[in-house]
Design a protein around this ligand. Sequence first.
Ligand code: BGC
Length: 457
Amino acid sequence: MSQPSAGGFTFPEGFLWGAATAAHQIEGSPLADGAGPSIWTRFAHTPGMILNGDTGDVACDHYRRWKDDVRLMRELGLQAYRFSVSWSRILPQGTGAINQAGLDFYSQLVDELLANGIEPLLTLYHWDLPAALEDRGGWLNRDSADWFAEYARVMFRALDGRVRKWVTLNEPWVVTDGGYLHGALAPGHRNRYEAPIASHNLMRAHGMAVEAYRAEGRHEIGLVVNIEPKYAASDSSQDQAAVERAHAYMNGQYLDPAVLGSYPEELKVIFGDAWPQWSQADMTLIRQPLDFIGINYYTRSVTEANDSYPLNAGAVRQPLGTYTETGWEVFPQGLVDLLIWARDRYGNIPTYITENGAAFFDPPVAEHNRVRDPLRTDYLHKHLRAVHEAIQAGCDIRGYMVWSLLDNLEWSLGYSKRFGIVHVNYATQQRTPKDSARWYGDVIASHGRSLADPVPG
Ligand code: BGC
């Protein structure tokens, strides 16, 4: 694994160190001050959809505690904060009338971040489609691209003077795989014919928003994807072909059209008659010059050919692997491999690691307000060294955001999994920085040099 260069663990000047969250996972008060419901509000209130009947109604109560949370970020030494905007706070019906109170919330948050020297990275869509738009067909409706561009324009006009880094979509793969193919995430559809359409409309929405930004915005805009490198379980031709399918489905499906202007051929094999023929005009719209890409990395997959739907490919558990509480293998080398792959396939586009982190079982808050989470610190340490290795290999990586600042609503797993570097007591809303947060603060203060040190026990 990563060796420091002769100068130790040096990171490029201006490399941004931060943490990430998403609106529905932390804010709570989803219907406050004129906001409309989102598909996640509905999903959570449908029995059986979220573990233990959890909902985002209170979450981390960040909607009311944002000032304290920004103070906490400053105390930890964060330089950047990636958050998302809840579309239905801004446009309760998804389009049309603007809810000023919703805009004010994010405007104040941005002001507070800037006043504390923290750079905001704003994600426009982190999965919480306004429910009113789901009623009009959601991402299956071709008009969804226009709806998204309308919303994006409202945000650009309100905040581009202060926000310099914009993200259109977070992880379109999860939106379609979880929301339209397997149904474990909102809106809970399970339909092989819908998934490609939702994917394509998401990408058209991305393209239209970037186009709108070029007319309205003065800073930078990009797309965030989750990438999971795939390694073949054996060198059999079946497993090799399975890897190609899994890789195209998860890793190529969004960046290929956005950067190269076409979908991977394997998608036709995977979806068969459910894969439509898309027009050249659509592909031209989707392929917009990007100022950066954001990569979310958690794990790898060792893939074999099997009968898993719809890929006929699936992951093989590694007997000697270390796994997180969400069952994901800890594999830092995968981050190096994928960053090099992305550089070679898409050109050396400026890249942020927009999410990376792990859920582990954390002991309760102990004396002196300590939460000992050595496994998380070890995970972050190894992955930051991997980022350094990719930088040394020539990848243009501009920043790193831990997932997540706070323990929060882990979607359909409810509050059962904790990814935060800050512990949240959901009964009292008390925040307690875990040891990993303190450790990360030191890494930031040394601009990465302390990564040369062993992880404290
Ligand atoms: C998402 C986050 C999520 C995290 C851990 C990413 O896919 O963007 O919202 O909490 O992974 O599952």
